[in-house]
Design a protein around this ligand. Sequence first.
Ligand code: NDP
Length: 428
Amino acid sequence: MKRNVLIIGAGGVAHVAAHKCAQNNKVLGDIHIASRTLGKCQAIIDSIHEKGSLQSAGRLEAHQLDAMDIEATKFLIRATHSQIVINVGSPFLNMSVLTACIETGAAYLDTAIHEDPAKVCEAPPWYGNYEWKRRQACKDARVTAILGVGFDPGVVNAYARFALDTYFDRVDSIDIIDINAGNHGRYFATNFDPEINFREFTSTVWSWEQNQWKANSMFERRKDWDMPVTGTSTTYLTGHDELHSMSQNLGVPNIRFWMSFSEHYINVFTVLKNLGLLSEQPVRTARGVEVVPLEVVKAVLPDPASLAPNYTGKTCIGDLIQGTKDGQAQQVLIYNTCDHKECYEEVGSQAISYTAGVPAVAAAMLIAKGTWDVGQMANVEELDAAPFIELMNRMGLVSRIKDAQGDRILHPRQESAYESKPRMLVNY
Ligand code: NDP
């Protein structure tokens, strides 16, 4: 059993993670929230009290922390007796926080791949440039480090794992489809950190096709999908974190990621990019001030967390998996839909933050109970997906499956084709 959680970051995803930890504090123990801006941590704590989210009376504290400072992070982990660290700060922090966890023995979780501020859309497999270099260190220290355990990356990796183990003899393709059919009512805003959001799209878009990496540029390949609840939406082939691990771990020849964008988003993005305002490289103004254009754009755009009160509509994110079973062609869609307004009513957040924060806490609970406390580094598709999907069904993120048998809630252990098998981590 591991107990006491330190949440790093105090943005939209941290807000949801903190509420969900509070709703499950009998299992998770003390909850600490640490970020650069102490007031943001305190505001999350106030919101937890307002919503009555605490399952039982317990410690809930805010801390000021620069998580790039490894020694300060180690000190806080030890001072708070935290055995689980949920890193939902900016992805620039991953390697510092991971190091602090390895050196203190705390379990580590994050929801995005590490980023270097000076680089975008790095060469695949991106994890190999950073996190995977610390695999042996995690193993030596018996530290559990679960990478990318939000929704995408995260839940979509688990959907792929579950489908491969349960419904197929051979999988030919996995299309991850991410639709946000919501409306926040603002002229322009991103649903999570604008800097990170834009950095995903400003350079090469990598996909995994015919067992090799294929480079595209953004908005080059378009495809319409008819999804449950959200209906038909236009998506574009996009590079995304999970492709960098699933391509290496699943043995599936084609894995693609499709994200929905409105014409308006594409127009604004194109203007900003063509003007050079999405560049991560510093420029000097006439007054001699050095600025990073992308950071300036972030500073003037709405804080994604501020979109929550007026957000309406739904998201639908899932995996369309195609292959064969007993020689017959087989197609399965595993997905979740989430309602922005319902998320706001429950925890005061919009659905994009909600769908990322809930899985991270579900994973923390599986570590606390020992089920996922594997004592080494793992991407989500390397772990047993069934307990994760089952737990999220009870935590507000319900998974569904649509196949030849119809459209139903996915209860992994009730699926007739499911066979319980101990999942072995890939031996590195
Ligand atoms: P936000 O920008 O809203 O929040 C980031 C937080 O990190 C802020 O509170 C920020 O502090 C804090 N932070 C930044 N630098 C430091 C530092 N040096 N030390 C301490 N704290 C720091 O982002 P989101 O909540 O929207 O996203 C959080 C993470 O989740 C990101 O990595 C994002 O990519 C990921 N994500 C994953 C998804 C998934 O499905 N897998 C979906 C959505 C997001 P300050 O407020 O002071 O700037």
